[in-house]
Each structure stands twice: as C-alpha cells, then as structure tokens.
Design a protein around this ligand. Structure first.
Ligand SMILES: Cc1cc2nc3c(=O)[nH]c(=O)nc-3n(C[C@H](O)[C@H](O)[C@H](O)COP(=O)(O)O)c2cc1C
Length: 194
C-alpha cells in the first residue's frame, strides 16, 4: 500500500506522528507533506522537530513542491490521509484550490476517486466548518473527528490517541489487533470490561 500523509496546522500533531509510526510498522509506503503551521504544531505540542517526524516517512515533500509525485493523478497512491486536518485545509480542499501540495494532492485524490480520510479538529465547529465538511463528505471523503471513546476504559492519553489512530486505520482497511506493539485498541465485542 502507498499513502499520502499530510499533517496540517490543527491541534493534534501527535495523531499524525502515531499514524506515521504505525504505518511504518505495517510496512506501508508513506509520502509525507507537513504544512508550515503543521511544523509549528509538531514543535509546540510534541517537542519534536520536523526532522524527527520526517524520518518516520519513506519520502517527504515541501508543501510548495507541486512537482512531487502525489501532485499528479498519474502517480499511483491508494489513499490520502490528512491527520490532523485544520479548517483552513478542509476549506481549501472543499474549494479545490490546489495551490499547495496538500491541497493539490487532496484534489487529485478526489478526482481519481481514491479514498481521502480527514481527521478534522476544531471546536466549536461553525456553520462554515460544518458546511465545508458536509460538502467534503458528499464528495466521498471520510470525515473523522478525534473524539475519544471511553468504552474500553482508556488509562492514558496514549490509549486515547492509539484508539483514534486504530479507527483511522480501519478506514484504510488496515485492521490492528489489540495488544500489537503494546497498543490498547479494543473493539466493541472483544472482552468488554464490566
Ligand atoms: C498551536 C496551534 C493550534 C491550532 N489548532 C487549530 C485547530 O485545532 N484547528 C484548526 O482548524 N486550526 C488550528 N490552528 C490554526 C491553523 O494552524 C491555521 O488556520 C493555519 O492557517 C492552518 O494552515 P494549514 O491548514 O496550511 O496547516 C492552530 C494554530 C496553532 C498555532
């Protein structure tokens, strides 16, 4: 499997980093694009430098590099994930702006009929945000929000992050089993706590 992974400047850079680590473990080829504000949130929220995150991907591109493979529909990718996805990036995708690599790659993903998963993060959501997300959903994008589930009794923030990343991977047909690599990603119906 070959994926485009974008990290934009919404809060929740940790989701993008965990996703990249998991995809590496699963031997999925990743082409990473991090927006300028995505780099800021990586630094501010996790303390990691962009280079630390870039090392988790197979290839990295600048957000203004429209020569990158994922800028063209002729380059074959299975899907694209924007994780986390800011409202700015969601709006730009919805409008088909395609003037940065993230927006162009998403535009290509939609026009080629490939899977686009957006882990959107903002709160509260305005009517502008909701209308953009509805339009994207109607275009076939999978809209996910990093809202933690509690039925598996998470013990830590890492548990919550892992669970959201596991559900995101479900959307790509990559199904993690509980306990793999020390993660707690139980599914409803698997030995529920009582
Ligand atoms: C620390 C930090 C946290 C932010 N959190 C969010 C957020 O959760 N959601 C959002 O839509 N924008 C958030 N923003 C604002 C975006 O970074 C801003 O709209 C930016 O233009 C997004 O650009 P990008 O989509 O190209 O990354 C945040 C900015 C900073 C600096």
């Amino acid at each position: 499997m070959r994926l485009v992974v974008a990290i934009s400047g919404a809060s929740g850079a940790v989701y993008g980093i965990r996703l990249l680590a998991e995809l590496r473990r699963l031997k999925v080829e990743t082409h990473l694009v991090v927006s300028a504000w995505g780099r800021t949130t990586v630094q501010v929220e996790t303390g990691h430098a962009y280079q630390d995150v870039a090392r988790l991907a197979d290839a990295c591109y600048e957000n203004d590099d429209l020569f990158a493979p994922c800028a063209s529909g002729s380059a074959l990718f299975d899907a694209m994930v924007v994780c986390p996805c800011s409202m700015h990036t969601a709006a730009g995708i919805r409008l088909g702006l395609a003037d940065s690599l993230i927006l162009r790659a998403a535009d290509v993903t939609i026009k080629e009929g490939r899977r686009l998963v957006l882990l959107v993060r903002e709160s509260p959501l305005s009517s502008i945000h909701l209308e953009n997300l509805l339009a994207l959903s109607r275009l076939g994008a999978r809209i996910m929000v990093p809202v933690p589930a509690f039925y598996h009794r998470p013990q830590s923030i890492a548990d919550m992050v892992d669970n959201t990343v596991a559900r995101l991977l479900d959307q790509l047909g990559l199904f993690l089993e509980e306990g793999q690599d020390g993660t707690r990603v139980p599914r409803w119906g698997d030995a529920q706590p009582r």
